[in-house]
Write a protein that binds this ligand. Structure first.
Ligand code: SF4
Length: 253
């Protein structure tokens, strides 16, 4: 593993009326890259070295924090409630207002829907989560499809909606348009089940390719890192939570 910096060639594009810079080398990226997800690209953005150990060398495992385990239980409780009508366990009863309001929405409900999207450099097409041709994969906590409209929900167990990142909703909305050709409009939300807040967003089919482009810049950096096998360490306060204990920047919390 080398430690030199990779220089990226950039090109100007216009997204949502604003100039942005990206290379968008879609065909090259498709040929060279492993499948990505919202969480994997964020790991890369946080620290390429951490990404390398978790996703490339796979010599380190992230066993998950208590917060992650708690989040998984909350997701399961919501899924069981919407899918099977199983009452929400007492310890999570604070989420009843949110799941009741979601359950009341008309339409076909899909819980924990695993999306896979293939990409040939021109077109995004549906595939399965673990397919050989999968380019992006993600899990939608809840999708309700009602004709050409859909609702898309991602549950959050964090207490502070102030720092909500809605980029995940853009990706899931793009995948929903790919997998449900009848859907033209999506209302999405990060549902903060503890504070009973919704951070909402609207999506239209016309902007689908821009939603897929949300992470073009870090994906280009990832493609370059893979091509050159260069994985720079980026130290931050998060190093205290990093599972790469062999890293010189790792420290005890
Ligand atoms: S300890 Fe910090 S710098 Fe080292 S791999 Fe982890 S996140 Fe990166």
């Amino acid at each position: 593993m080398r430690a030199a910096r990779v220089a990226l060639k950039k090109k100007e594009v216009t997204l949502f009326g604003k100039k942005r810079y990206t290379t968008l080398p879609q065909k090259k990226r498709k040929a060279n890259m492993t499948a990505w997800s919202y969480s994997s690209i964020n790991t890369f953005k946080q620290c390429p070295k951490k990404y390398y150990h978790l996703k490339v060398a796979k010599d380190v495992k992230d066993t998950g924090s208590q917060a992650m385990l708690y989040g998984n239980q909350v997701h399961k409780a919501a899924e069981n409630f919407i899918k099977e009508g199983t009452p929400i366990p007492k310890k999570f009863e604070y989420m009843n207002p949110i799941v009741n309001s979601l359950n009341a929405i008309e339409g076909d409900k899909h819980c924990e829907l695993r999306f896979g999207v293939a990409y040939d450099g021109n077109e995004h097409t549906p595939t399965t989560f673990f397919a050989k041709d999968v380019w992006w994969r993600g899990i939608a906590d809840l999708i309700i499809v009602d004709g050409e409209k859909a609702f898309l929900i991602d549950y959050k167990t964090g207490k502070n909606a102030k720092y909500a990142d809605t980029a995940q909703l853009d990706l899931l909305a793009a995948a929903t348009f790919t997998h449900f050709p009848e859907v033209n409009h999506i209302k999405s939300a990060l549902a903060y089940v503890v504070s009973n807040e919704f951070i909402k967003k609207d999506h239209t089919r016309e902007l689908q390719s821009l939603y897929y482009a949300t992470f073009d810049e870090p994906l280009e950096a990832l493609a370059a890192a893979e091509e050159h096998n260069v994985w720079n360490a980026i130290s931050s306060p998060l190093c205290g939570w990093c599972p790469v204990t062999s890293c010189e920047h790792h420290r005890k919390r």
